[in-house]
Design a protein around this ligand. Structure first.
Ligand SMILES: [Zn+2]
Ligand SMILES: [Zn+2]
Length: 153
């Protein structure tokens, strides 16, 4: 007798609310588009945010914290949040298609907030001086315990 059960888990029973789930945005599922020509992006790099970008990120974070406080137990102590993000610790992703990609070396760096790349006048370069990459300290790995190495006991 075949008693195979379906590998798919049963749908989770949950309270059905009148709120329908947000419809899936089909345009977003196509992936990012080139900043310049809106064709599907192939590459991306990072730049520092403009003041407007930082403001948008800060507003999002303020909203997120407000929403969290609504969920939190009102008797719990007020959470202490880290400072709001600033332009120095935030980056914005710039997408580009193949023809509008800056060169790979430049794309490895973080560009200035004023960088206009991808801009056909400057390709395959850009009009800013990208930040130098941070030099990473050599990685020091602690030795694994003997019983985690092959042949160990
Ligand atoms: Zn393009
Ligand atoms: Zn640049």
């Amino acid at each position: 007798m075949d008693t195979l059960t379906s590998p798919t888990p049963a749908p989770r029973p949950g309270p059905q609310t009148a709120d329908a789930p947000a419809p899936i945005d089909i345009s977003a599922s196509r992936g990012p588009a080139c900043t310049l020509c809106q064709r599907p992006a192939l590459v991306h790099w990072l730049r520092r945010p403009t003041n407007e970008d930082v403001e948008a990120v800060r507003l999002l974070e303020i909203d997120r914290r407000a929403a969290q406080e609504q969920l939190d137990n009102p008797d719990a102590p007020t959470p202490v949040y880290p400072p709001l993000p600033t332009g120095a610790d935030t980056t914005v992703i710039v997408h580009a298609c193949g023809p509008h990609a800056i060169d790979m070396e430049a794309a490895a760096h973080i560009h200035a907030s004023t960088c206009t790349a991808p801009n056909e006048a400057d390709l395959p370069g850009c009009d800013c001086t990208p930040e130098k990459l941070p030099t990473e300290p050599p990685e020091e790995t602690a030795p694994l315990p003997a019983h985690w190495t092959s042949g160990g006991q």
